[in-house]
Design a protein around this ligand. Structure first.
Ligand code: 4NP
Length: 158
């Protein structure tokens, strides 16, 4: 089993979007027995909450149901549990770096490092902005998610 963890700040907007979309891509490829997907936040404000209603609505329009997801905080043990931990922006990446133990199993990367063709390194935080921010999150996540899946299939010979 290859285990992938998406991480943002609150775990109610960007990383649940990545979680739901990537789960969908994995299921469509028939790989749900080979790839496990989860998400978490570096912050604890929203622990136990479902994704932001704006995030759920935007995802639903594109056919992804995020309603069953609940926010949790990223912990050190995640670095022993997951193979790949993918940060949405540099601030999340730096927070995770300080949580990463010396004997980490997981590789830590920026999620958009899988999509250099996009020309952006970060998935922008949509929380304090308008609806277009949520659409942009979906666009970036769909593109990078396709590349990530192709890369995992190649790397792990799935
Ligand atoms: P996310 O967005 O990191 O994409 O889940 C945010 C959600 C909530 C907050 C910040 C970012 N907040 O400050 O409460």
């Amino acid at each position: 089993m290859v285990k992938v963890l998406f991480v943002c700040l609150g775990n109610i907007c960007r990383s649940p979007t990545a979680d739901g979309i990537f789960r969908g891509l994995v299921a469509r490829a028939g790989l749900d027995k080979r790839i496990e997907v989860d998400s978490a936040g570096t912050g604890a404000w929203h622990v136990g909450n479902p994704p932001d209603p704006r995030t759920q609505k935007a995802a639903e329009v594109r056919g992804y149901d995020l309603s069953m997801l609940r926010a949790r905080q990223a912990i050190e043990a995640d670095f022993h549990e997951f193979d790949l931990i993918l940060a949405m922006d540099h601030a999340n990446y730096n927070e995770l770096m300080s949580l990463q133990p010396a004997n980490s199993k997981a590789s830590l990367r920026l999620f958009l490092s899988y999509a250099p063709e996009l020309g952006v390194q970060e998935v922008p935080d949509p929380y304090y902005g308008g609806d277009d921010g949520f659409e942009q999150v979906l666009d970036l996540v769909e593109a990078a998610g396709e590349n990530l899946l192709a890369e995992l299939i190649k790397q792990y010979k799935l």
